[in-house]
Design a protein around this ligand. Sequence first.
Ligand code: HEM
Length: 534
Amino acid sequence: MELERYLIYIVVCLVPTLFFYSTRKKHLPLPPGPKGLPIVGNWFQLPINLPWETYTKWSEEYGEIVHVKDFARNVIILNSWKSAYTLLEKRSSIYSGRPQYVMFHELLGFGRTTPSLPYGDTWRKHRKLYNQQMHKGAISQFGSLQYEAIHELLRNLLDSPLDLAQHVIHMSASIVVGFTYGYKLQAKNDPLLKAISGNSELFIQASRPGAFLVDNLPILKYVPAWFPGANFKRIAAAARERGDHSRDMTFKQVKLQLALGNALPSFVGRSLVELGKDLDDESDEDIDAIKRVAGGIFGAGTPTTAITVLSFILAVAVYPDCMKKAQAEIDLVVGSSRLPELGDRAALPYLGAMLKEVLRWFPVVPTALPHATTADDVYEGYRIPAGSVIIPNSWKILHDPESYADPYTFRPERFIPEENGGTSERDPTIGSFGYGRRICSGKNLAEATVWLTMATLLSAFRWTNPVDRTGKTIDRIRATQPAPGGSAWYCTFSFSNRKTNTHHKNASSRPQDFTVQFIPRSKKLEAIINQSGS
Ligand code: HEM
């Protein structure tokens, strides 16, 4: 009898409690944010250009996490390290999706590249391929590719310093394309480069929330391409064709070289050999994954690496003391009778700190790529529904004075431990390379390339006084102000010889256009640079 009463008591108390907790989430408020309109929500307020600036303004009014509506879609912006770290890193099991957009995923055909895949088995397969070919040991085997491209950069900078940006982009593309396909890029008008760079700009532009109306009104995808106003359909058809063509062309090239036995080491070649399957079965899922991972590397890796190098060149030009400190360290370890090598990295701590500072001071992907939630969640009393788009405001997080003293000053010492005279500020890797399970999968290659370029340039040259196209000096303040227009656009722009391009507003950042004069640090080094190509 006693037992029965206990059981009844437990059922009476427990069931409502469980019910309360299971429905509680649904009754909590969404995070605060600007008021929107019926149906479209905040669509008209979603920023197109330099979006992190608007997100930062919203955070001043509404707090560290802000909610807006992109039609029916909930968009949550994370403006603090605490919220980004707690949600995207610690709760990454439910924050690692990607929002799916009709234009981006379906019409443009980008839906099967690594950055845009939903969280699931195909994405895991892609990341496994990256891990196999891009762990630190595997990357080190591509050292000669990096030396060749970076030494060519030195010679190009001496020959035509005014084409600084083009030379840096060429260096970055040579490494990325060499790594992916074992392909040697021609100095000018390379046909493969033309084929694979065609969609870079659209990729970033279309991944931004609210970029195309069809994303929120999917019915528009049935509008025929000839219909007035259906320009997006024509853009999409051309992009899909370009994508299919470039993927097939590059893949077939490597397959042929493998068959002939003259393939240079590459991501595609190694992955295919390790797979050990019939390479002609292109319907095979594993082969398709290799093709698609490779197809995404150029767009993800070239502009990001190039712009990080350009930011470095600008940073040390306006902070000559940092340049001198790094050069003193290099002179001590490397000397002046050779150029730096990847093996010198551990012995150059100031340069390591400088790499971190470049990534923090001028983050090239200031709002990462949007993540998406795969389950309902609660944060600090706010409801975050499943399927929400999550945008980390990395620009703000990496310039937060609470984490980084005097955040717009370029100061590598912030990443030197206190016991060695630095200030031990928080490592910016999480943030500049993204978050949680979706963190940049090319990080090891990117860091090695940027580090080696920094070391080699500092060892070979000195440079100061950056000027813009009109000859006006760029000072420290202007150096931190991103140019309007994005990085992927920048590469397309440069590759296509400045053909007009109207879709130049997107969510990536690049410094102002600038040039500097590179002066060899000694006759001996000048001779080493000139000999490096022979
Ligand atoms: C300095 C250079 C680079 C920077 C600053 C950078 C930064 C980023 C950022 C911020 C993300 C978004 C992460 C997120 O959504 O949380 C990302 C994703 C990605 N990056 Fe990079 N990246 C760089 C170079 C590269 C290179 C060289 C490659 C390829 C070799 C690459 C491949 C990718 C891929 C595939 C993704 C998507 C990962 C996924 O969705 O799982 N990146 N990168």
